[in-house]
Design a protein around this ligand. Structure first.
Ligand code: PMP
Length: 455
């Protein structure tokens, strides 16, 4: 990582860039890993070393790093109309085409699509629409939003409040009020020894109901969840968890927001994980794989019930007072539209279904290592968790050093993964082949063997 320390790119980086999610003291010592090129599922650094991008960057570059059709789509739109906005009834053809296409693809009937630039902005927009909705229909007290511990929904003031990770709250004076967190459905870590998955799912739904009761159901406006938790450590819920959760939400007339920012567009072997987990959300957020990350764009689907209330509210106020300069940016929309075309024409979701069994098998094989407590995942997303004691599931103390060490060794072997504490996430581009999956896991196994020998 620090081979380039002292060269101008590294020292200029240290001198000038404030890196997200980075320890600044360590960064000043090691410098950046400067990525300079990409080809398929691989990226390369300035020394020419190649890496398998086992995380698709940040769970996003679904079509890899050299899809010519996306480059052509961006270029064509830049030449035609590089920018126009969507405020005050203005529109552009890529925005219209993309919204139309997304509504056709939606896993449940949806009425409209609101565009933003990032997952955080989509979440923030959803929060504001929940509040607006309840005001417009005359229930101004129904404003609290329930998220989950270890959930991840972004980093803006409100979306970071929904995120249920201590590092996103501590020293930031978050969460803001009206945001609550319920339990994490992580069976391996959180279940009692005697509990079946079914019993555990029931207890999780009861915990949600207890929270609603304690706060007063008339004050709870919405619940938000990722179908599979990503940044919180890749947590796949028990099979019936969401059925039970949705029963509770329906009982108290609470809106459901599905955060499909990671899962959307094929990650679980279905177009949307809402299909995989039988979700019936009122709103859905998507980003990342929407454009294979070639352009920053996110979208928020809202159903007819929400739209009707927003329309009523806007009639009262004059206009709906929300939107970003770049909402529905034509270049980002054109790239997203082309991404969706590629998913269809290249049968990407079918491809995911073909390779995901092999991916999950190779992931489960890592259980043979002494310090791996759990391997978990679904589709083309997964994680393995490092523990001090496999039987007792004892975490390492302090948290994080083992994850960091293993991720570093994987990097040396030529695989980029992401450590979240002592869980290491895998989320490769959707175009990965069986052979590349083998190559990736062979390298991970070499890194794990070296690490086990070293501790
Ligand atoms: N929701 C989920 C599920 C995410 O994983 C992320 C980002 N990792 C976000 C929201 C926030 O997206 P962004 O970083 O684009 O703001």
């Amino acid at each position: 990582m620090n081979a380039s320390l002292g060269n101008s790119a590294s020292s200029r980086d240290i001198a000038s860039v404030l890196h997200p999610y980075t320890n600044f003291t360590a960064h000043e010592k090691t410098g950046p890993l400067v990525i300079t090129g990409g080809n398929g599922i691989y990226v390369s650094d300035e020394s020419g070393k190649n890496y398998i991008e086992g995380m698709s960057g940040l769970w996003c570059a679904s079509l890899g790093f050299s899809e010519k059709r996306l480059i052509a789509a961006a270029t064509k739109q830049l030449e035609t109309l590089p920018f126009y906005h969507n405020f005050s009834s203005r529109s552009t053809n890529p925005t219209i085409d993309l919204a139309t296409k997304l509504l056709e693809m939606a896993p449940v009937p949806m009425s409209k699509v609101f565009f933003a630039n990032s997952g955080s902005e989509a979440t923030d927009s959803a929060i504001k629409m929940v509040w607006y909705y309840h005001n417009a229909i005359g229930r101004p007290e129904k404003k609290k939003i329930i998220s989950r511990k270890r959930g991840y929904h972004g980093v803006t003031v409100a979306s970071a409040s929904l995120t249920g990770l201590p590092g996103n709250h501590k020293l930031f004076d978050l969460p803001i009020d009206r945001i609550l967190h319920t339990e994490t459905p992580h069976f391996w870590r959180e279940a009692q020894p005697y509990e079946s998955e079914e019993d555990f799912a029931t207890r999780m739904a009861e915990a949600l109901e207890d929270l609603i009761q304690a706060e007063g159901p008339e004050t709870i406006g919405a619940f938000i969840a990722e179908p599979i938790m990503g940044a919180g450590g890749v947590v796949v819920p028990p099979r019936t968890y969401f059925d039970k959760i949705q029963e509770v939400l329906a009982r108290y007339d609470i809106l459901f927001i599905a955060d499909e920012v990671i899962c959307g567009f094929g990650r679980t072997g279905r177009l949307f994980a809402s299909e995989t987990f039988r979700l019936k959300p009122d709103m859905i957020t998507v980003a990342k794989q929407l454009s294979s990350a070639y352009q920053p764009i996110s979208a928020l689907f809202i159903n007819e019930k929400i739209y009707a209330a927003l329309k009523k509210g806007a009639d009262e106020v004059g206009v709906f007072g929300h939107g970003f300069t770049y909402s529905g940016h034509p270049v980002a929309a054109a790239v997203a539209l082309e991404t969706l075309k590629i998913y269809e024409e290249d049968s990407i979701v079918d491809h995911v279904r073909e390779v995901m069994g092999h991916f999950q098998k190779r992931l489960r094989d890592l259980n043979k290592f002494d310090k791996i407590g759990e391997t978990r995942g679904y589709g083309l997303i997964g994680a393995f968790e490092l523990v001090a004691d496999k039987c007792a599931k004892t975490p390492f103390a302090p948290t994080g050093w083992a994850g960091k060490a293993v991720a570093e060794l994987c990097l040396t072997e030529g695989v980029i993964l992401r450590a979240m504490g002592d869980s290491i996430a895998l989320c490769p581009p959707l175009i990965i082949t069986d052979k590349q999956i083998d190559d990736m896991f062979d390298k991970i196994e070499i890194a794990l063997t070296k690490w086990h020998q070293s501790i």
